[in-house]
Design a protein around this ligand. Structure first.
Ligand code: F7E
Length: 350
């Protein structure tokens, strides 16, 4: 760290990526600030318990004055903007709010840096997403989406993220600000919220295995996603911010798997070959428009940054199921037969 302690401000500190990044930056010796919203945010206690080193500042990406205050108070060398309404299904129900938070919120963060006179000091990371590609079948490139692929978002979330992506690039080009955009494909893990399909499945698999639940209700099972491990991707985000030039980078594994594939892998961890008797259909989980097939090509990040992922699909499913078995045993007062090495580090209640 060259003897100088760096400072970071993370918006979206209560989410999966905020949590992983706070741990990573703390391990690297950063002073870490987190922006937290709401008078009685129910997740504040989780952050205080699991990430006690984070200095919390109150604010909201929809409230420009609170952002200016947070930037002035923390004087960050690096600002990571993870704050968003990030559930695609929810964005169809609340499209206006999604645009305010996930879209316009990015503009508010950029302006806060500029108005605080920190545009030459503060590097900013914008969490762009593979949902901006969305796509229709004919547009899926055979080797995966790259930084150059055309966008075709299929949800209010994807459209709002696309606005955030372009306004971030616009401030980079117009004002010479160091603004990085990471086009991240799905990244999961034991800190993932249970409203997302992978964690919903691994939690249900654990509970079914322990006799705490009989079935799990899901929407459509054919869509394919490119699932990587969040810890690997957050390391990639940090590497993007250390690069000498602000740029756009895709992080992905390059392989698409269906939700059925994920079910097969997760149920196999508890010795169940045929998962169908345990899964029912819930039409409420379907979306007005679906993204059929998403997978990315991360060659640029590998070549320019030297980024590599360490956890593969099987490793991801194994650690998620192991974590959820462990967590469900603890929550329900059941004895744990798992050896210590099967426990993933930093269990965080999401
Ligand atoms: O859905 C299907 C659902 O909500 C994946 C966010 O982090 O990654 C994430 O977005 C697929 C979809 O993630 C259920 O219809 C079936 O096809 O886990 P998800 P997502 O929509 O891919 C991107 C990269 C982001 O940027 C987002 O912020 O699974 N599916 N049944 C279901 N999905 C959910 N959530 N729940 C179900 O019961």
């Amino acid at each position: 760290m060259d003897g100088v302690r760096r400072t970071a401000l993370i918006t979206g500190i209560t989410g999966q990526d905020g949590s992983h990044l706070a741990s990573l930056l703390h391990d690297k010796g950063y002073r870490v600030f987190g922006l937290i919203r709401g008078q009685h945010n129910p997740r504040r206690a989780d952050v205080e318990r699991d990430l006690p080193f984070v200095e919390l500042l109150e604010g909201d990406v929809t409230d420009p004055a609170s952002l200016v205050r947070a930037v002035e108070d923390s004087q960050p060398d690096e600002l990571y903007n993870f704050a968003a309404i990030s559930h695609v299904g929810y964005s169809f129900k609340h499209p206006t709010l999604t645009m305010e938070v996930t879209g316009k919120g990015v503009l508010n963060v950029l302006e806060a840096i500029r108005l605080s006179g920190l545009s030459t000091k503060t590097r900013m990371y914008q969490a762009s997403t593979s949902e901006m590609f969305g796509g229709v079948d004919y547009a899926v490139p055979t080797t995966g989406y790259t930084e150059e692929s055309p966008f075709h978002p299929r949800s209010p979330y994807g459209v709002a993220k696309l606005y955030g992506h372009w306004i971030a690039k616009n401030y980079r080009e117009s004002y010479g600000m160091f603004v990085v955009c990471g086009l991240l494909f799905n990244h999961e893990g034991e800190r993932r919220g249970t409203e997302f399909v992978t964690r919903k499945i691994t939690r249900a698999v654990a509970r079914i295995s322990l006799g705490l639940q009989d079935t799990v209700s899901l929407g459509v099972l054919w869509p394919k996603r490119d699932w990587g491990y969040a810890g690997d991707y957050v390391r990639g985000i940090w590497m993007m911010m250390q690069h000498d030039q602000p740029d756009d980078f895709v992080l992905a594994t390059g392989t698409a798997r269906s939700i059925e594939d994920f079910l097969t892998a997760a149920f196999a961890r508890i010795g169940v070959e045929d998962w169908r008797p345990y899964v029912s259909f819930d039409p409420a989980q379907t979306r007005a428009a679906e993204v059929d097939n998403l997978f990315g090509d991360s060659s640029k990040a590998q070549e320019v940054l030297g980024w590599r992922r360490e956890v593969d699909f099987d490793g991801l499913v194994t650690r998620m199921v192991a974590h959820d078995l462990d967590q469900q045993r603890t929550l329900n007062g059941l004895a744990s037969p798992l050896p210590p090495e099967a426990h993933p580090p930093h269990p965080v209640q999401t």
